[in-house]
Design a protein around this ligand. Sequence first.
Ligand code: AMP
Length: 400
Amino acid sequence: MAVNGDWSDCGFLVLNAGSSSLKVALFAATGDEALLSGKVEKIGPDGVIQLKDAQGQALPVAEGVAEGDLGTHTGALMVVIRTIQRHFPALRLAAVGHRIVHGGPQFNAPLVITPDVMRTLEALAPFAPLHQPHNLAGVRAAMAAFPGVPQVACFDTAFHRDQPFVNDTFGLPSRYYEQGVRRYGFHGLSYEYITGQMRQLAPQLAAGRVVVAHLGNGASMCAVHDGRAVASSMGFSPLDGLAMGTRCGQIDPGVLLYMLDQEKLSSAEIARVLYHESGLLGLSELSNDMRTLEAAGTPQAQRAIDYFVMRAQRELGALAAQLGGLDALVFSGGIGENSVLIRARICERLGWMGIELDPARNAEHATWISAEQARTAVLVVRTHEELVIARSVRAVVGMA
Ligand code: AMP
């Protein structure tokens, strides 16, 4: 905690805990650049840690890290903390911000995690069984490491809480909506960052009808009007909508009944197919990685790319319809930010929506990639979810 409101020697951590990974960033009380960032991957016996400083130089981890220290989230966090203490001995850690995938219907803004909040987040685990328990493991590890330090939850669902009922519900008996079976939408921290960037880059467009395409290993699109979410391609789970690295995207629920009744698959087996064996990987039978598929040039890889592009075009059309038109399309995420080919393919044949790319600008990864005369702007904006969490932590704890 700051002494008399002086935060100058304080810093805070941003954590993103996945099933076998822990992404970390250390921020000072002010400034957008992380002092330290990195990740621990393959948490377990083969854990690997990579940390870098603000200049991108590799930072050696604290001395005395033994084999097995990266075996659990808590162990991995302790290694990070010891490394921070070694490189930033005068810094006091005043808060920890956490990326939490699910805030349920109730949490529409970042907040300090109290015991009550923690119980609610635990109760939401059945809504995001593959993500929420790992996020909360990160919270518990940080609580154990920093007793009494505020832990701030930032939700991937919060951005979407404004969307109207029709885009929040399924056509199921209404009791399911009451039980929390809703279209929550995800990647909300990314959408928050991008809408904020749009306000600076192009305030007039930001006040209008925008579709943001977050195309990474996980992929979704969000329709935004004047900075507020209207509809998302992702729904109850992060499976819906676009085809992804290994997730199926939109699917007829009849297929799940077929898997259950005819193939006699268990729910765990179905989950494995839908989450880990589908999408680009399932269609290509080669890779979940777009770079690999672009380089492969095989008919199967081509089909996977074609399907990815088709789904993106369909979702874009559907979301533009929800907005009553389109003023701007924004590409983001690993594929959206880097793939000249996929951006060009998605925008092909969308002249009727006013979309026309400038091929040279697209090839240069310029921020504005639409043609001069195009009615609809097309932009590329690099997302920065950690920075959204950092800003939220500062706001919630009253720092700076
Ligand atoms: P993310 O989950 O946002 O890190 O995005 C990962 C995806 O971005 C993977 O499918 C990568 O293959 C893809 N990606 C990253 N760089 C490129 C690139 N230069 N060209 C095509 N895809 C890329």
